[in-house]
Design a protein around this ligand. Structure first.
Ligand SMILES: Nc1ncnc2c1ncn2[C@@H]1O[C@H](COP(=O)(O)OP(=O)(O)OP(=O)(O)O)[C@@H](O)[C@H]1O
Ligand SMILES: [Mg+2]
Length: 289
């Protein structure tokens, strides 16, 4: 079976981590061995799911589901150790001319190392990553674009040798819809939706990627418009709340219509009033295709 890679991104705070966890849970429940990856040096899931230890090496957290936390530096170090097993050779490698050119474009290096690791399964390159699915709780919008641009930038800076070759290979895999799937999360609100729209346009224009758009925290009620109106007529605090709810639902409808015009697959996820982390994630997962 070919490994599938999922990237979850969106504006800060919109629910990327919850959606990434929900997607990973869903895939694991379908019987796929799944790795949920967090990027950076701080784990959100460690506290959220009360996992005792989260690090570079995957930790099993549920049947078929493991969790890992990757920094660019850790990915790069693991890669170097895998290929250059002799210390003196490693030293030589890091001091050669290609490496110097490489250091000149170093800002993209952690990003490249992360994407090299993320795509290492289908590229059959580097230390083994024995999972059917990898779900990346990725960076927020701007940093995510910088992440995706890193391999192309590196391929242009270092055209020859293994560095150029690997960068081109990573870039090609990121653009392959059979391998990499993209999920943009937004709230049904003006600013996050605008940011999602801009991100989707760039993903389409620069990478020919058609992501899924997830509208998270959609407020749902079985109370009819007539009933809401009746409560409003009664006055008091409850009337104010009914008024708020009505206008919020109205705005949500407008946001949904605007999202429909973006020409991507739309998924709706309700706002749940749920304090238990796994129960919340399970409920959110129930909305995913
Ligand atoms: N559909 C939902 N229903 C109820 N609560 C939700 C839902 N989605 C997310 N949340 C809650 O909203 C908060 C923010 O979600 P989350 O941490 O996933 O956002 P994020 O985009 O990953 O944030 P950051 O940019 O800080 O990484 C969390 O407390 C989460 O439990
Ligand atoms: Mg998060």
């Amino acid at each position: 079976m070919k490994q599938e890679i999922h990237f979850v991104t969106g504006k800060g705070g919109v629910g990327k981590s919850i959606l990434a966890a929900a997607l990973a849970l869903k895939l694991s429940q379908e019987g796929k061995k799944t790795l949920l990856v967090e990027l950076g040096d701080q784990s959100f899931f460690k506290d959220f799911f009360s996992v005792p230890q989260v690090g570079f090496q995957p930790t099993s957290i549920r049947p078929n589901l493991s969790l890992a936390l990757w920094t660019g530096e850790a990915c790069l170090q693991e890669y170097a150790r895998h290929f250059i097993k002799v210390e003196s050779l490693a030293k030589l490698f890091f001091e050669n001319a290609v490496m110097r050119a490489f250091i000149n474009v170093a800002p993209a290096l952690p990003e490249l190392a992360i994407l090299g690791k993320v795509t290492s399964g289908p590229r059959k390159h580097g230390p083994p990553l024995p999972f059917d699915c990898v779900v990346v709780d990725a960076f927020a919008t701007g940093h995510f674009i910088a992440l995706l641009e890193a391999p192309k930038g590196m391929a242009e800076a270092v055209q020859f040798g293994p560095m150029g070759e690997q960068s081109r290979s990573i870039d090609a895999h990121l653009r392959n819809p059979e391998i990499c799937k993209y999920h943009v999360v937004t709230l049904p609100e003006e600013l996050p939706l605008k940011e999602a729209d801009e991100l989707i346009s760039r993903l389409k224009a620069e990478f020919s990627i058609a992501p899924e758009l997830i509208l998270n925290k959609m407020m749902e009620t079985s109370v009819s418009e007539g009933e809401l109106q009746a409560v409003q007529n009664e006055g008091g605090d409850l009337a104010k709340f009914a008024e708020y709810l009505e206008s919020h639902i109205q705005r949500q409808k407008q946001m949904w219509s605007a999202a429909e015009k973006m020409g991507v697959h739309l998924t709706r996820v309700p706002l749940y009033f749920e304090n238990q982390p796994w129960v919340l994630v399970e409920k959110v997962a129930g909305n995913l295709r």
